[in-house]
Design a protein around this ligand. Structure first.
Ligand SMILES: NC(=O)c1ccc[n+]([C@@H]2O[C@H](COP(=O)([O-])OP(=O)(O)OC[C@H]3O[C@@H](n4cnc5c(N)ncnc54)[C@H](O)[C@@H]3O)[C@@H](O)[C@H]2O)c1
Length: 247
């Protein structure tokens, strides 16, 4: 195999969910740096800022404000996107307020977390897989969490989030086995604590590298998993956590 730079997204069309958030926007920027031709961005929040920034770099951008916990929104998004080379599902929530032992609201929040973090990516893949399989190619990246690996790293993270991310990991393994024979690669990333747009919930001094991660440190591996360099990855979940969890 020739030693060209295979971490190159030149000419590619990639869908990013949660693109208004920290990791999603950083992934969009990483893809742009690697030459992506077109990005299809989706989020419940406004995508104006990141879209303008990327267009300024010559990337073709379409933006969809939608609720990806809903199957219909995922169906409309993928139908509007057309042919895609890859997709990264970054949309997610991590509510911290309700206490799972006592709070009467907790069950409702549990269902919302599951809808956004687990059912949403499943809905997305239900739409993506047939389209990518018809082309015989495609790369799907789901964002899990170190929480799904080892129960979380912060005492205030709630079990609905942990269970949802463990579910994402199991779903990656399930889908990867079914998608690979159709030419579609399904992989994931399990980030450790990353600086969030909304809040920082992690005590930094607990960590082997003495700091939490930056969104870019998840974005580059995500862009890599969308590239030709990742052509033999299927069912892998990359642990990107600064040494907090090894195993
Ligand atoms: N930041 C961390 O420490 C960390 C650690 C492990 C895993 N993760 C995961 O990485 C992903 C990205 O996290 P982040 O740090 O960028 O968080 P973030 O809050 O900055 O971004 C998440 C984005 O998802 C969007 N979103 C939420 N619900 C949605 C819905 N129903 N439909 C469409 N979009 C929706 C939000 O509007 C937001 O822009 C999430 O799945 C998160 O669980 C984050």
């Amino acid at each position: 195999m020739p030693l060209n730079n295979a971490i190159d997204l030149t000419g590619r069309r990639i869908l990013l969910t949660g693109a208004a958030g920290g990791i999603g926007a950083a992934t969009a920027r990483a893809c742009a740096t690697l030459g992506v031709k077109e990005l299809v961005l989706a989020d419940t929040g406004s995508l104006d800022q990141i879209s303008d920034e990327l267009r300024g770099q010559g990337v073709t951008v379409t933006a969809h404000q939608c609720d990806l916990s809903q199957r219909r929104d995922n169906a409309e998004l993928v139908a509007a996107a057309g042919d895609l080379d890859a997709a990264v599902a970054c949309a997610g929530i991590c509510p911290l307020e309700e206490d799972w032992l006592d709070d009467p609201e907790w069950d409702e929040v549990f269902h919302r977390v599951m809808d956004v973090n687990l059912l949403g990516p499943i809905h997305l893949c239900r739409e993506l897989l047939p389209v990518m399989a018809a082309r015989g190619a495609g790369q799907i990246v789901l964002i899990g969490s170190i929480g799904g690996r080892m129960g979380g790293t912060s005492p205030i993270v709630q079990p609905h989030y942990i269970a949802s991310k463990g579910g994402v990991h199991a779903f990656i393994w399930w889908l990867a086995q079914r998608a690979a024979p159709q030419g579609v690669l399904v992989n994931g990333i399990a980030p450790g604590p990353i600086a969030m747009t909304a809040t920082t919930i992690y005590p930094k001094d607990r960590y082997p590298l003495g700091r939490i991660g930056e969104p870019e440190e998840i974005a580059w591996p995500a862009a890599f998993l969308c590239s030709p360099a990742a052509s033999y990855f299927s069912g892998s979940i990359l642990d990107v956590n600064g040494g907090l969890f090894v195993g």
